[in-house]
Design a protein around this ligand. Structure first.
Ligand SMILES: [Fe+2]
Ligand SMILES: [Fe+2]
Length: 317
């Protein structure tokens, strides 16, 4: 076959993408498409799982029974998100063992945002409002991603993320209606999480090498900078309602080009954290490894039970 001739499989794939339809696990797909999705979905799954830690840190110290119940539900949701996403990656041929091994060995990436510490209760508010808020902006367009299992997982995840964002907003609102010390605590948390949350959208468009291909495959629908603009546009009125200040003196709406002007982002810090030198990287991985080891008996018991059931089914047949 000539080098640049399209095979019937490729033609069908291209056609599905052109018609903005879904690619399903049994469909033919280019290797690079599969690899991109495995990388993106597994990183996303790891982020959900590691993301449980900064908030789990406050479950035993939540200020009331109501807050404890809400926070537990939220952290549990994140575990569920991780599981849907690992399952979506498995439909592409990735194995759960390989993905877990890559994570605990420190070879896999997850969102850098979870490598920051959570020293105060107000961090629970700022994480819900800013981190889950940024996650929503990123993830709503992924509900239309071309890979069916990923898109369907995102639909369910996004519903839960909007509850997460509102619970964060409400924690901050209550603190802002409290004593001056509580207001300062809320503002301090917003100051610490604002810039890392903006970095969650990834590098500026002109430095984002994989974006164009992901857009062509209908995995990504908006550029990093477009999503960042959308996020800031969502935050500005909400910050006003809360009475908190977004820590960017340059931030203003530019009528002429219809975007928010903002101070340059400090990407040096982002790259440091990404390279594993953030304040909490080592601790997050240590904790994940420990949880994996402590869970060994559950995996063994489940495997033994499955084997027993399989034998019983065979004998009955
Ligand atoms: Fe989540
Ligand atoms: Fe969330």
């Amino acid at each position: 076959m000539a080098h640049n001739e399209t095979t019937p499989d490729e033609a069908q794939f291209d056609d599905l993408i052109a018609r903005d339809e879904r690619i399903e696990p049994r469909d033919w797909m280019p290797d690079a498409y599969r690899r991109t999705l495995v990388r993106q979905i597994s990183q996303h799954a790891h982020s959900e799982i590691i993301g449980m830690q900064p908030e789990a840190n406050w479950i035993t110290r939540a200020p009331s029974l109501k807050r404890k119940a809400i926070l537990m539900a939220k952290v549990q949701d994140e575990a569920g998100h991780g599981l849907y996403l690992y399952s979506a990656a498995q439909t592409l041929g990735a194995t759960r063992d390989d993905m877990t091994e890559a994570l605990i060995a420190g070879r896999a990436r997850y969102s850098s945002i979870f490598n920051y510490p959570t020293p105060t209760w107000a961090d629970m508010g700022a994480i819900g409002w800013l981190v889950d808020g940024a996650a929503i902006c990123n993830q709503v367009p992924l509900c239309r991603a071309s890979y069916g299992p990923y898109a369907r997982a995102m639909v369910r995840i996004c519903k839960e993320e909007s509850f997460h964002q509102r619970q964060g907003f409400e924690i901050l609102l209550e603190l802002m209606r409290g004593t001056p010390a509580q207001q300062r605590m809320a503002q301090d948390a917003v100051d610490r999480w604002y810039w890392p949350a903006l970095q969650m959208f990834g590098p500026p468009d002109d430095e984002s090498p994989n974006s164009a291909q992901s857009m062509a495959w209908n995995i990504k629908r908006f550029s990093n900078d477009e999503l960042r603009q959308r996020f800031v546009g969502m935050l500005v009125p909400q910050a006003e309602a809360l009475g908190v200040t977004l820590p960017d003196p340059e931030l203003r709406y530019d009528e002429a080009n219809g975007c928010y002007a903002m101070s340059p982002i400090d990407w040096t810090e982002f790259h440091e954290v990404l390279a594993g030198r953030g304040p909490m990287n080592a601790e997050r991985l240590r904790r994940r490894r420990e949880a994996h080891e402590n869970g060994a008996w559950v995996r063994e018991a489940a495997t033994a039970y499955a084997a027993k059931q399989a034998t019983a089914t065979r004998e009955a047949a």
